[in-house]
Design a protein around this ligand. Structure first.
Ligand code: NAI
Length: 338
C-alpha cells in the first residue's frame, strides 16, 4: 500500500475495505503519463476492465485530480495516484503491466521522429524505474517514435540485466484499428468483422498493411489498395492536421491501447489463442525489431508469426519499411549506448 504522501482514492476509509477490494483477483497495472491526452481516457477505460484489480496513475503533473475523478467509478479496480519523479518507484512496485503514453505528441508538420529528442529521455528514465521496481512486468510502449523508443527500452533493460524480449511490446494497435475501419468502409462491412494484419513499424512507410491477408478474404483494385494503404500510413497525420496544433490521436489511441492491454492481460491469465500485432524483438526479418502478429501468453510474447505470403506491392513496401526502420532502431540503440 502507498505511503500517506500518495493518493489512494476509492479508499478513503482505509484498512479492511481497501484490502478487500485490492485483494480481488486481477492484475496490477500502471499508466505512466496518465494525465495526458491518451493517459486520461486510457485510465478511464482501464478502470472499467474487469481484469484489473489495482490501477496506478503516474505523471509529472495533475494525477491527484484525475485519480480522484476516475476512482469514483463503481468498478472493481482500486486506483492510486502518483505525481513526480520521487513517487515513480512506488507507482511501479509490484506492477504486472506498465503502459507508457508519456511524452510529447506531434503538431502539424512534424514527423514522429521529430519527437525523439524529448521522448527518448522520458522513456529511458521510466524504463530505468521499471528495471529497478518491477523487472518482470510486461511493458507496453506507446510513446513515439515507437520505432526508436522500443529499442531504447530494450537497451535500458539489457544494461540493467533485466531484459526479457517477451515482455517488451511496442503498441501498433492503432494502425490495426485504423486499417480495420478503413477496409470495412471500402468493403461495406462491420469493422468488427474485419481483421487486417499490419506489420513493420509505427511511422509512415514503416506501417505496412497486408491487404492480401485481410479476413474475410476479399479482392481490392489497385486504386483501392493505394487509397487504403496511404490512409492507414497517414492516419495519424490526418488526426494531427484536423486537431490543428492541439495534439495527435488520443481517444482512438486510448481505445487501441486498452484493446492491446486487455489482450496482454488475457494472455497473462492463460487464455489460449490471443493474437495481436505488436512491435517486438523479432527474427521475422533481418532487423532486430519488427511488428507482426504475435501470440500472447503467460510469459508475454510466446510466438511470433511469420509474415506469410506477400504480393509484389507488399514486397516492395516491405523493402521501403525495412530501410527506414533500420535507421530508427539504430538511433534508439545509439541513444542509450552513447
Ligand atoms: P500529452 O502531451 O497529451 O500527454 C503526455 C503526458 O506525458 C503529459 O501528461 C505529460 O505530463 C506526461 N509526461 C511528460 N514527461 C513525463 C515523464 N517524465 N514521466 C511521466 N509522464 C510524463 O500527449 P499524448 O497525446 O497523450 O501522447 C503521448 C505520446 O503518445 C506521444 O509521444 C505521442 O506521439 C504518442 N502516440 C502514440 C501512438 C501510437 O500509436 N503508439 C498514437 C498516438 C500518440
Amino acid at each position: 500500500r502507498p505511503s500517506s504522501s500518495q493518493m489512494e482514492n476509492g479508499c478513503s476509509l482505509s484498512g479492511a475495505n481497501c484490502r478487500a477490494k485490492g485483494g480481488a483477483p486481477g492484475f496490477k497495472v500502471a499508466i505512466l503519463g496518465a494525465a495526458g491526452g491518451i493517459g486520461q481516457p486510457l485510465a478511464l477505460l482501464m478502470k472499467m476492465n474487469p481484469l484489473v484489480s489495482v490501477l496506478h496513475l503516474y505523471d509529472i503533473v495533475n494525477t491527484p485530480g484525475i485519480t480522484a475523478d476516475v476512482s469514483h467509478m463503481d468498478t472493481g479496480a482500486v486506483v492510486r495516484g502518483f505525481v513526480g519523479q520521487p513517487q515513480l518507484e512506488d507507482a511501479l512496485t509490484g506492477m504486472d503491466l506498465v503502459i507508457i503514453p508519456a511524452g510529447v505528441p506531434r503538431k502539424p508538420g512534424m514527423t514522429r521522429d521529430d519527437l525523439f529528442n524529448i521522448n527518448a529521455g522520458i522513456v529511458k528514465n521510466l524504463c530505468e524505474g521499471i528495471a529497478k521496481c518491477c523487472p518482470k512486468a510486461t511493458v507496453n510502449i506507446i510513446s513515439n517514435p515507437v520505432n526508436s523508443t522500443v529499442p531504447i527500452a530494450a537497451e535500458v533493460f539489457k544494461r540493467a540485466g533485466t531484459y526479457d524480449p517477451k515482455r517488451l511490446l511496442g503498441v501498433t494497435m492503432l494502425d490495426v484499428v485504423r486499417a480495420n475501419t478503413f477496409v470495412a468502409e471500402v468493403l461495406g462491412l462491420d469493422p468488427r468483422e474485419v481483421d487486417v494484419p499490419v506489420v513493420g513499424g509505427h511511422a509512415g512507410v514503416t506501417i505496412l498493411p497486408l491487404l492480401s491477408q485481410v479476413k474475410p478474404s476479399c479482392n481490392f483494385t489497385k486504386e483501392e489498395i493505394e487509397y487504403i494503404t496511404n490512409r492507414i500510413q497517414n492516419g495519424g497525420t490526418e488526426v494531427v492536421e484536423a486537431k490543428a496544433g492541439a495534439g495527435s490521436a488520443t481517444l482512438s489511441m486510448a481505445y487501441a491501447a486498452v484493446k492491446f492491454a486487455d489482450a496482454c492481460l488475457r494472455g497473462l491469465r492463460g487464455d489460449a489463442g490471443v493474437v495481436e500485432c505488436a512491435f517486438v524483438d523479432s527474427q521475422v526479418t533481418e532487423l532486430p525489431f519488427f511488428a507482426s502478429k504475435v501470440r500472447l501468453g503467460r510469459n508475454g510474447v510466446e510466438e511470433i508469426h511469420q509474415l506469410g505470403p506477400l504480393n509484389e506491392y507488399e514486397r516492395a513496401g516491405l523493402e521501403k519499411a525495412k530501410k527506414e526502420l533500420s535507421g530508427s532502431i539504430e538511433k534508439g540503440v545509439a541513444f542509450v549506448r552513447k
